[in-house]
Ligand binder design. Structure first.
Ligand code: SF4
Length: 349
């Protein structure tokens, strides 16, 4: 699937826009000035697949902490600043790879010029983040107003000949997000950072984000995504990976197929699905694994799976691409699947 052709920006060596790859982002929820806790969380997020991390800069100490955090992590870091230009200047000097800042919220023009000059010098992009809930009072709430608001901020940067820009148009309403981002992709050449904001807990956010981001991504819109969840940010990254996998935009993520179970079930399948889901979290392969309850429909229903098991009477059958390979004991299901997944090299797609 071709992405909308957006201008390319580079964030600490990671490209956003101008390519088919969609970059996964997350945000820490530690106090940024608590370097140890922040680094620990970033490393955990990096391990599960986060490609760019954002930290909140609430004061000058947070901005200064960027320097030490950067030394200890290996993914690019974005500093999120609201209103205070001095925090932005400090974060840039401390080595941030990108800033999130709305220039229209800064009154001192000289400070904006200073930020832009520093960003130009160090090739640091700026994300302008429009949130439906915090539009300038001169606008009535609408998707069109979100676009106009972005134009207000953009005019300031473009007048200073700055174009190293990324844009976001977040709302807590997935349908509003879809409309705003569609308008944005027709209006601006800049890469788009997709997200539903204040999306709720795990299930709520997974659904809202999949509706909004799924629709947009399948239309080729969106260059980087952040799933926002009121939960551990690790879950954000896991959902982002699965969403990109479902849209076939990221293939080095396993795909688990499992039946919903019914009266034909031949074994205690659900704990096995749970254990295998956890195991697959750390596998970076394009492998489709099926876990089916019975042999009646199992292998055929999961014929596209690379590796699969179906419960049988007092045993289980192992199949590959719909073909039965052998019979195994039910207590060997997990170990056999793990072994086959580890050995698997080919890809189905
Ligand atoms: S695979 Fe078997 S147990 Fe699972 S839903 Fe289908 S018929 Fe039921």
């Amino acid at each position: 699937m071709e992405r909308t052709n957006t201008r390319k920006i580079t964030v600490g060596g990671v490209q956003i826009g101008g390519q088919n790859k969609v970059v996964i982002q997350s945000m820490t929820n530690t106090k940024t000035k608590d370097v140890e806790a922040t680094v620990k969380q970033i490393k955990t997020l990096e391990k599960v697949g986060c490609e760019i991390i954002r930290v909140a800069i609430l004061d000058i100490e947070d901005a200064r902490a960027v320097k030490e955090i950067k030394k200890q992590i290996s993914i690019p870091l974005v500093s999120d600043i609201h209103f205070n230009p001095d925090f932005a200047i400090e974060a840039i000097k401390a080595g941030t790879d990108k800033i999130r800042l709305n220039p229209g919220n800064i009154e001192d023009e000289n400070k904006i010029k200073e930020i832009v000059e520093l960003c130009k010098e160090r090739q640091i992009p700026i994300r302008i983040g429009i949130n439906a809930g915090s539009l300038n009072k001169k606008y009535k709430h609408s998707e069109e107003a979100m676009i106009e608001s972005a134009k207000d901020h953009l005019r300031i940067l473009e007048a200073l000949d700055f174009h190293d820009i990324c844009l976001s148009f977040k709302s807590s309403d997935p349908l509003e997000c879809i409309k705003a981002y569609r308008l944005a992709s027709e209006t601006f050449p800049y890469p788009l950072h997709l997200g539903v904001t204040e999306a709720g807990g795990l299930i709520n956010s997974a659904i809202k984000s999949s509706v909004a981001l799924g629709n947009l991504l399948l239309d080729g819109i969106g260059d980087t995504i952040r799933i926002s969840i009121s939960d551990d940010p690790v879950e954000e990254v896991k959902i982002a990976k699965k969403l990109l996998r479902a849209c076939k935009l990221k293939l080095d993520v396993p795909n688990l197929i499992s039946c919903p179970t019914c009266g034909r079930i031949q074994y205690d399948m659900l704990p096995i699905v749970k254990e295998m889901e956890e195991y697959l979290e750390s596998v970076n392969k394009n492998v489709t694994v099926a876990i089916m309850g019975c042999p009646v429909n199992g292998p055929q229903e999961a014929s596209r799976a690379d590796i699969g098991v179906a419960g049988a009477k007092d045993s289980a059958i192992l199949f590959k691409k719909g073909q039965i390979v052998k019979t195994i004991a039910q207590d060997e299901i997990v170990s056999t699947l793990k072994e086959e997944i580890d050995k698997f090299e080919g890809a189905t797609e």
